[in-house]
Design a protein around this ligand. Structure first.
Ligand SMILES: NC(=O)c1ccc[n+]([C@@H]2O[C@H](COP(=O)([O-])OP(=O)(O)OC[C@H]3O[C@@H](n4cnc5c(N)ncnc54)[C@H](OP(=O)(O)O)[C@@H]3O)[C@@H](O)[C@H]2O)c1
Length: 291
Protein backbone atom coordinates (compact mmCIF):
# COMPACT_ATOMS: atom_id res chain seq x y z
CA UNK A 1 0.00 0.00 0.00
CA UNK A 2 1.31 3.44 -0.90
CA UNK A 3 1.32 6.07 1.80
CA UNK A 4 -1.06 8.98 1.15
CA UNK A 5 0.64 12.21 0.13
CA UNK A 6 -0.97 13.95 3.08
CA UNK A 7 -0.40 12.33 6.48
CA UNK A 8 -2.67 12.69 9.51
CA UNK A 9 -0.58 13.67 12.54
CA UNK A 10 -2.12 12.23 15.70
CA UNK A 11 -0.16 14.24 18.28
CA UNK A 12 -3.18 16.40 19.10
CA UNK A 13 -5.87 13.73 18.98
CA UNK A 14 -5.64 12.77 22.64
CA UNK A 15 -4.45 14.35 25.87
CA UNK A 16 -2.24 16.90 24.10
CA UNK A 17 -5.16 18.40 22.19
CA UNK A 18 -8.68 17.35 21.24
CA UNK A 19 -9.05 14.69 23.95
CA UNK A 20 -11.03 12.41 21.62
CA UNK A 21 -12.92 9.53 23.20
CA UNK A 22 -12.71 6.10 21.58
CA UNK A 23 -15.70 6.68 19.31
CA UNK A 24 -14.22 10.02 18.18
CA UNK A 25 -10.90 8.33 17.40
CA UNK A 26 -12.78 5.72 15.38
CA UNK A 27 -14.78 8.33 13.53
CA UNK A 28 -11.65 10.42 12.79
CA UNK A 29 -9.83 7.32 11.47
CA UNK A 30 -12.76 6.26 9.28
CA UNK A 31 -13.38 9.73 7.87
CA UNK A 32 -9.67 10.17 7.14
CA UNK A 33 -9.63 6.86 5.26
CA UNK A 34 -12.81 7.79 3.38
CA UNK A 35 -11.25 10.99 2.03
CA UNK A 36 -8.06 9.18 1.02
CA UNK A 37 -5.68 9.74 3.93
CA UNK A 38 -4.36 6.31 4.87
CA UNK A 39 -1.28 7.24 6.91
CA UNK A 40 -1.30 8.15 10.61
CA UNK A 41 1.69 9.66 12.38
CA UNK A 42 2.30 8.79 16.03
CA UNK A 43 5.08 8.71 18.59
CA UNK A 44 5.34 6.64 21.77
CA UNK A 45 5.35 9.85 23.85
CA UNK A 46 2.22 11.56 22.43
CA UNK A 47 -0.30 12.31 25.16
CA UNK A 48 2.39 11.39 27.70
CA UNK A 49 2.49 7.83 26.31
CA UNK A 50 -1.32 7.47 25.99
CA UNK A 51 -2.27 8.40 22.40
CA UNK A 52 -1.03 5.21 20.73
CA UNK A 53 -3.13 3.13 23.11
CA UNK A 54 -6.21 5.31 22.65
CA UNK A 55 -5.87 5.01 18.86
CA UNK A 56 -5.39 1.24 19.29
CA UNK A 57 -8.55 1.00 21.38
CA UNK A 58 -10.47 2.44 18.43
CA UNK A 59 -8.80 -0.05 16.06
CA UNK A 60 -9.77 -2.88 18.39
CA UNK A 61 -13.44 -2.00 17.76
CA UNK A 62 -12.92 -2.44 13.99
CA UNK A 63 -9.79 -4.53 13.42
CA UNK A 64 -10.38 -4.63 9.65
CA UNK A 65 -9.31 -0.97 9.48
CA UNK A 66 -5.71 -1.92 10.28
CA UNK A 67 -5.06 -3.33 6.80
CA UNK A 68 -6.37 -0.15 5.18
CA UNK A 69 -3.82 2.11 6.88
CA UNK A 70 -0.16 2.77 7.44
CA UNK A 71 0.98 3.45 10.98
CA UNK A 72 4.06 5.57 11.61
CA UNK A 73 5.46 5.73 15.11
CA UNK A 74 8.63 7.00 16.76
CA UNK A 75 10.82 6.20 19.70
CA UNK A 76 13.92 7.52 21.41
CA UNK A 77 12.62 10.36 23.60
CA UNK A 78 12.15 9.55 27.27
CA UNK A 79 9.75 11.93 28.99
CA UNK A 80 9.25 12.59 32.65
CA UNK A 81 5.63 11.75 33.44
CA UNK A 82 3.71 9.77 36.04
CA UNK A 83 3.18 7.25 33.20
CA UNK A 84 6.94 6.53 33.24
CA UNK A 85 7.82 6.77 36.95
CA UNK A 86 11.39 5.53 36.38
CA UNK A 87 12.32 8.53 34.19
CA UNK A 88 14.13 11.12 36.34
CA UNK A 89 15.03 13.58 33.58
CA UNK A 90 13.97 14.14 29.97
CA UNK A 91 16.54 12.26 27.92
CA UNK A 92 17.13 10.37 24.69
CA UNK A 93 17.67 6.63 24.47
CA UNK A 94 18.53 5.05 21.12
CA UNK A 95 20.00 1.84 22.49
CA UNK A 96 19.01 -1.44 20.87
CA UNK A 97 17.28 -2.54 24.08
CA UNK A 98 15.21 0.65 24.24
CA UNK A 99 14.22 0.59 20.55
CA UNK A 100 13.11 -3.06 20.72
CA UNK A 101 11.18 -2.53 23.97
CA UNK A 102 9.52 0.61 22.62
CA UNK A 103 8.35 -1.19 19.47
CA UNK A 104 6.92 -4.07 21.55
CA UNK A 105 4.92 -1.54 23.56
CA UNK A 106 3.72 0.24 20.41
CA UNK A 107 2.57 -3.06 18.88
CA UNK A 108 0.65 -3.83 22.06
CA UNK A 109 -0.87 -0.32 22.12
CA UNK A 110 -2.05 -0.47 18.50
CA UNK A 111 -3.29 -4.10 18.73
CA UNK A 112 -1.26 -4.92 15.66
CA UNK A 113 1.65 -7.18 14.79
CA UNK A 114 3.48 -4.70 12.58
CA UNK A 115 4.39 -1.01 12.35
CA UNK A 116 4.63 0.36 8.81
CA UNK A 117 7.32 2.95 9.52
CA UNK A 118 9.46 3.42 12.62
CA UNK A 119 11.35 6.68 13.13
CA UNK A 120 14.06 7.60 15.61
CA UNK A 121 12.37 10.72 16.99
CA UNK A 122 15.38 12.97 17.62
CA UNK A 123 19.11 12.69 17.01
CA UNK A 124 20.68 11.49 20.25
CA UNK A 125 24.21 12.76 20.97
CA UNK A 126 25.02 9.33 22.39
CA UNK A 127 23.53 7.36 19.50
CA UNK A 128 25.57 4.54 18.02
CA UNK A 129 24.39 4.10 14.43
CA UNK A 130 25.67 0.50 14.40
CA UNK A 131 23.50 -0.32 17.39
CA UNK A 132 20.44 1.39 15.87
CA UNK A 133 21.03 -0.56 12.64
CA UNK A 134 21.21 -3.80 14.64
CA UNK A 135 17.85 -3.04 16.27
CA UNK A 136 16.34 -2.15 12.87
CA UNK A 137 17.65 -5.41 11.37
CA UNK A 138 16.05 -7.47 14.14
CA UNK A 139 12.74 -5.64 13.66
CA UNK A 140 12.87 -5.99 9.88
CA UNK A 141 13.67 -9.72 10.01
CA UNK A 142 10.87 -10.41 12.50
CA UNK A 143 8.41 -8.47 10.30
CA UNK A 144 7.51 -6.22 13.24
CA UNK A 145 8.52 -3.09 11.33
CA UNK A 146 8.35 -2.70 7.56
CA UNK A 147 10.26 0.53 6.92
CA UNK A 148 12.62 2.71 8.88
CA UNK A 149 13.49 6.37 9.06
CA UNK A 150 14.50 9.20 11.33
CA UNK A 151 13.20 12.55 12.41
CA UNK A 152 14.99 15.86 12.91
CA UNK A 153 18.30 14.37 11.73
CA UNK A 154 20.93 16.58 10.10
CA UNK A 155 22.41 15.56 6.75
CA UNK A 156 25.46 13.93 8.34
CA UNK A 157 23.46 12.17 11.04
CA UNK A 158 21.19 10.80 8.30
CA UNK A 159 24.11 9.67 6.13
CA UNK A 160 25.95 7.84 8.83
CA UNK A 161 22.92 5.66 9.65
CA UNK A 162 21.67 5.35 6.07
CA UNK A 163 25.09 4.03 5.00
CA UNK A 164 24.64 1.11 7.41
CA UNK A 165 20.88 0.58 7.19
CA UNK A 166 18.64 1.96 4.39
CA UNK A 167 16.23 4.65 5.57
CA UNK A 168 13.18 5.89 3.68
CA UNK A 169 12.12 9.06 5.53
CA UNK A 170 13.50 12.09 7.36
CA UNK A 171 10.63 13.85 9.15
CA UNK A 172 11.59 17.46 9.82
CA UNK A 173 9.99 20.77 10.72
CA UNK A 174 9.16 22.45 7.41
CA UNK A 175 6.69 25.17 6.50
CA UNK A 176 6.46 28.70 5.11
CA UNK A 177 7.77 29.91 8.50
CA UNK A 178 10.44 27.23 8.86
CA UNK A 179 12.31 26.93 5.57
CA UNK A 180 15.74 25.84 6.86
CA UNK A 181 15.62 22.31 5.33
CA UNK A 182 15.71 23.99 1.89
CA UNK A 183 19.10 25.49 2.73
CA UNK A 184 20.83 23.09 5.13
CA UNK A 185 21.00 20.20 2.66
CA UNK A 186 18.14 18.09 4.04
CA UNK A 187 15.83 18.32 1.02
CA UNK A 188 18.84 17.99 -1.34
CA UNK A 189 19.81 14.79 0.44
CA UNK A 190 16.25 13.47 0.18
CA UNK A 191 16.31 14.03 -3.59
CA UNK A 192 19.78 12.48 -3.84
CA UNK A 193 18.85 9.33 -1.90
CA UNK A 194 15.20 9.03 -2.98
CA UNK A 195 14.09 9.58 0.61
CA UNK A 196 10.78 11.25 1.51
CA UNK A 197 10.99 14.50 3.49
CA UNK A 198 7.95 14.46 5.75
CA UNK A 199 7.07 17.98 6.95
CA UNK A 200 5.92 18.28 10.55
CA UNK A 201 4.07 21.44 11.59
CA UNK A 202 3.41 22.21 7.90
CA UNK A 203 1.02 24.99 9.00
CA UNK A 204 3.57 26.34 11.47
CA UNK A 205 1.75 24.55 14.32
CA UNK A 206 -1.12 27.01 13.83
CA UNK A 207 1.16 30.00 14.64
CA UNK A 208 0.34 31.79 11.38
CA UNK A 209 -3.35 31.73 12.34
CA UNK A 210 -2.83 32.47 16.02
CA UNK A 211 -0.34 35.30 15.44
CA UNK A 212 -2.38 36.80 12.61
CA UNK A 213 -1.52 40.29 13.92
CA UNK A 214 2.22 39.61 13.76
CA UNK A 215 3.81 41.42 10.77
CA UNK A 216 5.26 38.29 9.18
CA UNK A 217 2.01 36.34 9.54
CA UNK A 218 0.13 39.30 8.06
CA UNK A 219 2.43 39.36 5.01
CA UNK A 220 2.06 35.59 4.51
CA UNK A 221 -1.72 35.58 4.96
CA UNK A 222 -2.13 38.57 2.67
CA UNK A 223 -0.02 37.02 -0.13
CA UNK A 224 -1.65 33.60 0.28
CA UNK A 225 -5.08 35.24 0.14
CA UNK A 226 -4.22 37.03 -3.12
CA UNK A 227 -3.15 33.69 -4.63
CA UNK A 228 -6.17 32.01 -3.04
CA UNK A 229 -8.42 34.36 -5.02
CA UNK A 230 -6.67 33.35 -8.23
CA UNK A 231 -6.90 29.60 -7.53
CA UNK A 232 -10.25 29.68 -5.75
CA UNK A 233 -8.58 28.24 -2.68
CA UNK A 234 -8.17 29.08 1.00
CA UNK A 235 -4.89 30.52 2.21
CA UNK A 236 -4.19 27.24 4.08
CA UNK A 237 -4.44 25.39 0.77
CA UNK A 238 -2.02 27.82 -0.85
CA UNK A 239 0.51 27.17 1.95
CA UNK A 240 0.22 23.40 1.43
CA UNK A 241 0.51 23.85 -2.36
CA UNK A 242 3.68 25.86 -1.66
CA UNK A 243 5.21 22.82 0.10
CA UNK A 244 3.95 20.39 -2.54
CA UNK A 245 5.64 22.33 -5.35
CA UNK A 246 9.09 21.51 -3.99
CA UNK A 247 10.87 18.88 -6.16
CA UNK A 248 11.82 16.75 -3.14
CA UNK A 249 8.23 15.44 -2.90
CA UNK A 250 7.38 16.75 0.56
CA UNK A 251 4.69 14.81 2.46
CA UNK A 252 2.96 17.19 4.91
CA UNK A 253 2.09 15.71 8.33
CA UNK A 254 -0.96 17.78 9.26
CA UNK A 255 -1.80 18.32 12.89
CA UNK A 256 -5.37 19.48 12.41
CA UNK A 257 -8.15 17.56 14.12
CA UNK A 258 -10.70 18.85 11.58
CA UNK A 259 -11.60 16.54 8.70
CA UNK A 260 -12.54 19.48 6.46
CA UNK A 261 -9.00 20.87 6.84
CA UNK A 262 -7.51 17.49 5.91
CA UNK A 263 -9.78 17.38 2.86
CA UNK A 264 -8.73 20.91 1.94
CA UNK A 265 -5.08 19.90 2.19
CA UNK A 266 -5.69 16.96 -0.16
CA UNK A 267 -7.40 19.28 -2.61
CA UNK A 268 -4.30 21.51 -2.65
CA UNK A 269 -2.71 18.97 -4.99
CA UNK A 270 -4.65 20.50 -7.86
CA UNK A 271 -3.07 23.95 -7.28
CA UNK A 272 0.04 24.50 -9.35
CA UNK A 273 1.71 27.69 -8.22
CA UNK A 274 3.98 29.35 -10.74
CA UNK A 275 7.66 29.82 -9.99
CA UNK A 276 7.12 33.52 -9.32
CA UNK A 277 4.14 32.89 -7.06
CA UNK A 278 6.23 30.47 -5.01
CA UNK A 279 8.86 33.17 -4.60
CA UNK A 280 6.22 35.77 -3.69
CA UNK A 281 5.27 33.57 -0.73
CA UNK A 282 8.93 33.07 0.17
CA UNK A 283 9.43 36.85 0.11
CA UNK A 284 6.34 37.30 2.28
CA UNK A 285 7.88 34.92 4.80
CA UNK A 286 11.41 36.37 4.71
CA UNK A 287 10.41 40.00 4.37
CA UNK A 288 12.92 40.51 1.54
CA UNK A 289 13.67 39.33 -2.00
CA UNK A 290 16.06 36.46 -2.68
CA UNK A 291 19.65 37.81 -3.15
N1 LIG B 1 8.82 14.49 14.38
C1 LIG B 1 8.66 15.47 15.23
O1 LIG B 1 9.60 15.86 15.96
C2 LIG B 1 7.33 16.14 15.31
C3 LIG B 1 7.18 17.32 16.06
C4 LIG B 1 5.91 17.91 16.10
C5 LIG B 1 4.84 17.33 15.40
N2 LIG B 1 5.04 16.17 14.70
C6 LIG B 1 3.94 15.56 13.91
O2 LIG B 1 3.44 16.54 13.05
C7 LIG B 1 2.02 16.65 13.20
C8 LIG B 1 1.59 18.05 12.90
O3 LIG B 1 2.18 18.98 13.80
P1 LIG B 1 1.41 20.32 14.18
O4 LIG B 1 0.20 19.99 14.94
O5 LIG B 1 2.39 21.24 14.76
O6 LIG B 1 0.99 20.75 12.67
P2 LIG B 1 0.27 21.91 11.91
O7 LIG B 1 -0.61 21.25 10.90
O8 LIG B 1 1.30 22.87 11.44
O9 LIG B 1 -0.59 22.68 13.00
C9 LIG B 1 -1.78 22.15 13.51
C10 LIG B 1 -2.42 23.21 14.38
O10 LIG B 1 -2.79 24.31 13.56
C11 LIG B 1 -4.17 24.54 13.73
N3 LIG B 1 -4.71 24.99 12.44
C12 LIG B 1 -4.53 24.43 11.24
N4 LIG B 1 -5.23 25.11 10.29
C13 LIG B 1 -5.85 26.11 10.95
C14 LIG B 1 -6.71 27.16 10.55
N5 LIG B 1 -7.09 27.31 9.27
N6 LIG B 1 -7.16 28.02 11.48
C15 LIG B 1 -6.81 27.89 12.78
N7 LIG B 1 -6.00 26.90 13.24
C16 LIG B 1 -5.52 26.02 12.33
C17 LIG B 1 -4.76 23.22 14.15
O11 LIG B 1 -5.98 23.40 14.84
P3 LIG B 1 -7.29 22.49 14.48
O12 LIG B 1 -7.07 21.13 15.07
O13 LIG B 1 -8.39 23.25 15.14
O14 LIG B 1 -7.42 22.47 12.98
C18 LIG B 1 -3.66 22.67 15.05
O15 LIG B 1 -3.75 23.25 16.35
C19 LIG B 1 1.76 16.18 14.64
O16 LIG B 1 0.44 15.72 14.81
C20 LIG B 1 2.76 15.06 14.76
O17 LIG B 1 2.22 13.89 14.19
C21 LIG B 1 6.26 15.59 14.62
Amino acid sequence: MKSSTVIAGCMNWGQWGANFNTQQYLSQIKKSLEIGINTFDHADIYGHYTTEEEFGNALKLEPSLRDKMQIITKCGICMVTPNRPLHQIKSYNTSKTHILASVEKSLENFHTDYIDLLLIHRPDPLMNPHEIAEAFSVLKQSGKVRQFGVSNFTVSQFSVLHNIFPLTVNQVELSIIHTRPFYDGITDQCIDLNVVPQAWSPMGAGKIHLDAEDERSRRIISMANILGDKYNASFDQILIAWLLKHPSGIAPVLGTTKIERLQAALDSHSIELTNEEWHMLLRASNGFDVP
